[in-house]
Design a protein. Structure first.
Ligand code: FE2
Length: 191
């Protein structure tokens, strides 16, 4: 049983104009697929073959490929066509309780994502006490399997996520990303 490369949850052109078809072709079809391929190559014929993705990450098996495989799956679901705008449901109340307002949260999240040095990920996460936090992880760093923090949303701030559409203007990509946020996914992850 190989680890699967999950299909995008929408069409390649569904996030345009915020994220183009060309970006998704490269990002999902080359980068994400490449991590899955490397992971499967690393575990094939070893005692790790047949383990699920979360187990491989927890055991640190081919960590970069495994965590990048998981993070990208979470990232695709953190966006949806026609998403964005103000949150609704329980996530809206949780954001207000933790950050004061959606505007304050957005500013905090964009600040962390824009200021993140080099490659990585910006997350909205819930701690054990129910408080929401903005968290950054470097390179393939992940919140998958994290005992203290439950990931609710993630934004990929690797340059491959935005270079085709925005060159090196990460801030422009982040502005666009807010038009895609999948609040239904965040509400589901809130549990
Ligand atoms: Fe990526």
């Amino acid at each position: 049983m190989a680890i699967e490369h999950p299909a995008l949850p929408y069409a390649l052109d569904a996030l345009a104009p915020h994220i183009s078809r060309e970006t998704l072709e490269l990002h999902h079809g080359k980068h994400h697929a490449g991590y899955v391929r490397k992971l499967n190559a690393a575990i094939e014929g070893t005692p790790h073959a047949g383990k699920d993705l979360e187990t491989l990450i927890a055991e640190g098996v081919a960590f970069n490929a495994a965590a990048q495989t998981w993070n990208h799956g979470f990232y695709w679901n953190s966006m949806r066509p026609g998403g964005g705008g103000a949150p609704s449901g329980r996530i809206a109340a949780a954001i207000d309780a933790s950050f004061g307002s959606f505007a304050s949260f957005r500013e905090a999240f964009s600040g962390v994502a824009a200021g993140h040095f080099a490659s990585g990920w910006a997350w909205l996460a819930r701690d054990a006490a129910g408080q929401l936090e903005v968290v950054e992880t470097h390179d393939a760093g992940t919140l998958a399997g994290n005992d203290a923090l439950t990931p609710l949303l993630v934004c990929d701030v690797w340059e491959h996520a935005y270079y085709v559409d925005y060159r090196n203007a990460r801030g422009a990509y982040l502005e666009a990303w807010w038009n895609l946020v999948n609040w239904d996914f965040a509400n589901a992850n809130l549990g």
